[in-house]
Design a protein around this ligand. Sequence first.
Ligand SMILES: N[C@@H](CCC(=O)N[C@@H](CS)C(=O)NCC(=O)O)C(=O)O
Length: 211
Amino acid sequence: MAGYPLARTMKLYITAGSPYARMARIVILEKGLESRVEIIAAQTRLADSPYYLINPSGRVPYLIRDDGVGLEESAVICAYLDHLDGKPAFDPPAGDQAWEARRLEGLARSMVDGLAVWSREIVRPENERSPTIIRHEAHRSERMANLWETAIDHPLMRGALNLAQITLACGLGLEARNPDLRWRPGHPKLCDWFDRLAARTSFAATAPPSA
Ligand SMILES: N[C@@H](CCC(=O)N[C@@H](CS)C(=O)NCC(=O)O)C(=O)O
């Protein structure tokens, strides 16, 4: 009806600390979709969570579209939301740069995946935590931070906002959840890049709560 706000017909299930859900939340804010998507906190990793009746995998993010169909996987959800207005802002550029964009997004995702495993490990009861996994992920994150200190100068990481940038920043933002994730020392360019992006409205509004 003219003059009335659009009903929030889509639902995005999230947890406040999830870097993957944060990617989708950032795209919602960047694309001005707040009035169309209801954000709902899901109870993950809980025996018999009612959320499992909505999304049997139990993972977030999970987007229920207008037509009732549910989507998993942050990259798929981000692309879907980005395409809703027919003017995608985050599609890879044309030509050779497309592979560069995908390569960088893959590198960023690789770092996030490792950091997510680490984050998951440290919230387990202490007697169930694996020092081997924690050490493995800590070392992986050091190698990836070293790599990104150089790769952050790539024009695609410095240009218009894209999914590689969103993905990497959501990973680095996990420092708020994991006090042992110390990617900053020795990485001044990465610090500067991250701090600028973290100040952007969509990033500041979705920053994960500290552990
Ligand atoms: N590849 C998935 C990963 C999603 C994922 O692992 N989400 C975590 C939160 S960071 C989750 O829902 N964990 C709950 C569980 O494993 O039961 C994506 O990109 O969306």
